[in-house]
Design a protein around this ligand. Structure first.
Ligand code: GMT
Length: 380
C-alpha cells in the first residue's frame, strides 16, 4: 500500500507520531511518502520504503501571508498522481485536513479517487481549531474526511463537543518504540548532573503556555526543600525566557538546567527519577509516555487524555491542574528510596500497553476500512 503522510515536520507531538508511524509502516513494507515543508525531525536516515516530498511555494509581493495551504494541496495532488498513492493520511487538522479535501477534489476531476484520513492530535481541536477564525473550515474539513481518528477518548469527546461532527471518530492512542525508548546505562551522565546522588526530575515540552512550565518550577522548589534534587528542563518555545527569568529569582535555580531542544531525549530520561507534566491541556501526553518507557514515573495534571495514560498510584500520580502542593507531596512520596523502584516498574508496565506493535494494527485496520470506501467514492 502507498500512503501519503502530511504532518508538521517539527519536534511537536503530532509530527513525531506521524513520523514514527511512517517509519513503523515502512518496516512492514508499506511505501510511505511524507509531504511537508521540511524534512521531518525524526526522518534523518535512508530507508527504501520512505520518501520525502518538500512543499515549496513561490511568494509574491501581493501576498502578506504566503498561501501555504494551496501549495500543500498542489503538492498532494502532484505526489498522489505521480506516485499512485492509495490514500492520504493527514496529521493535525489545521490546515492539513482542508488542504487534503481540496487535493482529493482536484484529483477526482482527473479521474483519480483517493480517500483522506485525518488524525486529530489536540490543540487543533482544543485550542486553535475551535477559534471562530478557523472553526467553520475545521468542521467542514473534518466532516469531509473519509475516516477520522483521535489520540484519546477525551479528544474524541472534545471534538464532538466543540464541532458539529457527523462521522465516527476512531480512538488510536499515541504509541512508543520500546527499542529506542528504553533505559540505557548512562551512569557517567548521571554522576555529572547529580554528583551527590541527588534525585533527578525532568520536564520536556515545547514551552507553550498550555504546558504550565511555571508549575514545574513551583513543584521543584517545594520538593528540593526536603530532598536534594536537580531539575532538567528540555525543549524550547515561547515561554522559555519567562521561565528562565522566574527561575533566576529563586534560590533553587542553581539546581536547574535548561537543556534546550534535544534529539536524544531518551538519554536524559534514562537517568531521570521523575517526570513532571502539569499541563493545562494535553490530549494524550506523548512526552510522558516516552518518560514511562524509560522507567520514569510521572506526576501529571488531569488535563485532557492524560488520565488515560498515567495510572494513579502505579505509573505515578494524577493531580488537579495547578495543584502544585499536591503534585509536590506526590513527588516526595514517589522519590522515597523505598517507593521509587515500584513506581519505575509501574511506569514501564504502563508504557508497554502503548508498544508500537500493539497500536500500529489499529491504524492498519483504519487504512483497510477506508480503502474499502473507495469503490463508493467513484460516483460521488
Ligand atoms: O504538545 C504539543 O503542544 C504538541 C502537539 C502537537 O500536535 O504537535 O501535541 C499534541 O499531540 C501529541 C501527539 O498526538 C499529544 O501527545 C499531545 O498531548 C498533544 N498536545 C496537546 O494536546 C497540548
Amino acid at each position: 500500500m502507498k500512503i501519503g503522510i502530511v504532518c508538521y515536520p517539527t519536534f511537536g507531538g503530532s509530527g513525531v507520531v506521524a513520523t514514527e508511524l511512517g517509519k513503523a509502516l515502512a518496516k512492514k513494507d508499506y511505501k510511505v511518502h511524507f509531504i511537508t515543508y521540511s524534512q521531518p525531525a525524526r526522518l534523518d536516515f535512508f530507508n527504501e520504503n520512505l520518501y520525502y516530498h518538500e512543499v515549496t511555494f513561490t511568494n509574491y509581493p501581493l501576498f502578506q501571508y504566503p498561501p501555504y495551504e494551496l501549495a500543500l494541496a498542489s503538492k498532494m495532488v502532484e505526489v498522489a498522481q505521480f506516485e499512485e498513492l492509495d490514500l492520504l493520511h493527514v496529521h493535525y487538522a489545521i490546515p492539513h485536513a482542508s488542504a487534503a479535501f481540496m487535493a482529493r477534489e482536484i484529483l477526482k476531476t482527473r479521474g483519480i479517487v483517493i480517500p483522506v484520513i485525518t488524525t486529530l492530535h489536540g490543540t487543533d481541536i482544543t485550542l486553535v481549531g475551535k477559534d471562530p477564525s478557523y472553526e467553520p473550515v475545521v468542521t467542514f474539513s473534518i466532516n469531509q474526511s473519509d475516516s477520522i481518528t483521535a489520540v484519546s477518548e477525551d479528544l474524541k469527546k472534545d471534538t464532538y463537543r466543540h464541532f458539529d461532527i457527523k462521522k465516527d471518530i476512531t480512538v488510536i492512542p499515541n504509541f512508543i518504540d520500546l527499542e529506542r525508548f528504553a533505559k540505557k546505562s548512562m551512569d557517567h551522565f548521571k554522576k555529572a548532573i547529580c554528583p551527590n546522588n541527588e534525585k533527578l526530575i525532568v520536564h520536556t515540552s515545547n514551552f507553550r503556555k498550555v504546558k504550565r512550565v511555571e508549575d514545574v518550577l513551583k513543584v521543584f522548589e517545594i520538593v528540593n526543600e526536603l530532598i536534594s534534587c536537580k531539575l532538567l528542563l528540555v525543549g524550547d518555545g515561547p515561554e522559555r525566557t519567562k521561565i528562565e527569568g522566574l527561575c533566576r529569582e529563586s534560590k533553587h535555580c542553581k539546581d536547574v538546567r535548561f537543556l534546550g531542544k534535544l534529539e536524544a531525549v531518551e538519554e536524559v530520561l534514562s537517568v531521570s527519577d521523575l517526570f513532571l507534566m502539569p499541563s493545562e491541556k494535553e490530549s494524550f501526553g506523548l512526552a510522558a509516555l516516552e518518560a514511562m518507557a524509560c522507567q520514569v514515573p510521572v506526576i501529571s495534571s488531569n488535563a485532557g487524555g492524560i488520565p488515560e495514560l498515567n495510572v494513579n498510584g502505579q505509573s505515578g500520580y494524577v493531580c488537579e491542574i495547578g495543584a502544585v502542593e499536591d503534585m509536590a507531596q506526590k513527588a516526595l512520596h514517589v522519590l522515597k528510596d523505598e517507593n521509587l523502584p515500584a513506581f519505575k516498574a509501574g511506569a514501564l508496565k504502563r508504557a508497554n500497553d502503548f508498544d508500537v506493535h500493539r497500536i500500529l494494527p489499529m491504524y492498519e485496520e483504519v487504512y483497510e476500512k477506508t480503502l474499502a470506501l473507495k469503490a463508493g467514492m467513484i460516483d460521488v
